[in-house]
Design a protein around this ligand. Structure first.
Ligand code: SF4
Length: 391
């Protein structure tokens, strides 16, 4: 089978904005250096590069592509950064940059027989490109040159991946309904009725406008939302205190809001304020910009959902719902502070993903919150998608 390369529009349009960046990645970030680059720097003819490399790059020798790490200065800044300019880039050219610095935030991955190009959302400009451009997820497909051994994937996983994309692209459903449908597919046993036949039945329900009525019958379990929001946010911010500082200010603002709003014992009225803000401020803001959540979710599935070994498809789905629930809640918290802007959206998504991508405890915590609140984990999970009825 011929191999193809997928290139989304957001990838093509991305350009690092350097000193105009709101959270430059030359700060507060473990910058690893490969072996060849390390050796080039410590013997470089440019004296500033050589002496900075000798004094500020520490050899770790973990792997050829993770040979050393740059020691940041006391303000958390890369020692090669002067007046917003990278001295390696300026004095030796972009080709002299380490693999990490040259490529970040670009990612190249294989999915089955194809190669997928993308960006990581821990970069603010990547978030802007992915979330704010209605055409960001338009996809260019071209033949992939060279030999590319097939990387077989379970057919059921490939099918779930494709159906998840199809559901997200279905018109006439809310974001929450789409996520719920993906959950039904992920959790169902397809031995008696195929997923295809199941989706056929669902499409009839969509046409008859009955699906929304069924979704609205799902329970709204406010205790689960209360606990998930408090526990998972503490975990995110706590993790950040021991790791990278990038993305901290926005997440800290969210945590402070949670400490005020959800302090003490569970209280429906206080959680209700969050939902009021959703209906009054955030939902209309997002309805005027439907591409923000749509792009985020298509981007999410494009990144191999639900195939992220060793996680099962069910675990991948739990993470998807937890991410969506938290980001939606944080948008409400930010909107409680003042009128929501697109810059708030960029700040939130890059901050969240800067912290989230290095947090291994997050997945365990999600399972804990869900199992504490019910026998039926699927139903408890869907409860995170519900919002209290509009006032
Ligand atoms: S975070 Fe992104 S936009 Fe900002 S400096 Fe790094 S690569 Fe450039």
């Amino acid at each position: 089978m011929a191999a193809h390369q997928f290139t989304p529009r957001f990838y093509e349009l991305f350009q690092c904005i350097g000193d105009r960046c709101e959270d430059n990645c030359c700060h507060d970030w473990a910058i690893t250096i490969d072996k060849k680059t390390y050796q080039r720097y410590v013997t470089h003819p440019d004296q500033l590069i050589q002496s900075t490399a000798k004094t500020r790059i520490k050899r770790t020798r973990k792997a050829e592509n993770n040979w050393a790490v740059i020691t940041l200065d006391e303000t958390g800044k890369c020692p090669f950064l002067t007046e917003g300019l990278c001295q390696i880039h300026t004095r030796a050219g972009p080709q002299a940059l380490s693999h990490t610095c040259q490529n970040y935030p670009r990612v190249i991955s294989r999915f089955a027989n194809n190669q997928r190009l993308s960006l990581t959302l821990s970069c603010p400009e990547a978030c802007r490109q992915v979330l704010l451009n209605p055409d960001a997820l338009l996809m260019g497909v071209s033949p992939l040159a060279g030999y590319h051994p097939l990387q077989p994937l379970p057919p059921a996983t490939l099918q779930l991946h494709q159906y998840s994309l199809d559901i997200l692209l279905t018109e006439g459903l809310s974001v929450e309904e789409k996520l719920w449908l993906i959950g039904l597919l992920i959790h169902r046993d397809s031995s008696t009725l195929s997923n295809e036949a199941f989706l056929g039945q669902i499409s009839q329900l969509i046409e008859d406008r009955q699906l929304t009525a069924v979704f609205s019958q799902l329970p709204f379990i406010s205790q689960v939302q209360w606990k998930a929001l408090r526990n998972l946010t503490y975990l995110q911010v706590l993790n950040a205190q021991t790791g990278s500082q990038r993305g901290q200010p926005t997440m800290q603002r969210c945590l402070e809001q949670i400490q005020q709003l959800l302090a003490g014992e569970f209280n429906t009225d206080r959680l209700g304020k969050l939902h009021e803000t959703w209906h009054r401020e955030v939902a209309p803001f997002l309805a005027a910009r439907p591409h923000i959540l749509q792009n985020y979710l298509v981007y999410y599935v494009y990144h191999h959902f639900p195939h992220q070994p060793p996680k099962s498809p069910q675990q991948c789905y739990r993470l998807l719902i937890a991410d969506y629930f938290l980001l939606r809640s944080y948008l409400c918290l930010l909107a409680m502070e003042g009128k929501l802007t697109e810059q708030d959206v960029v700040n939130l998504f890059y901050s969240y993903h800067s912290l989230r991508q290095h947090n291994r405890d997050f997945e365990d915590a999600i399972d804990k919150v869900l199992t504490e609140h019910g026998e039926n984990m699927d139903l408890t999970l869907y409860a995170l998608l519900q919002t209290a009825v509009a006032p």
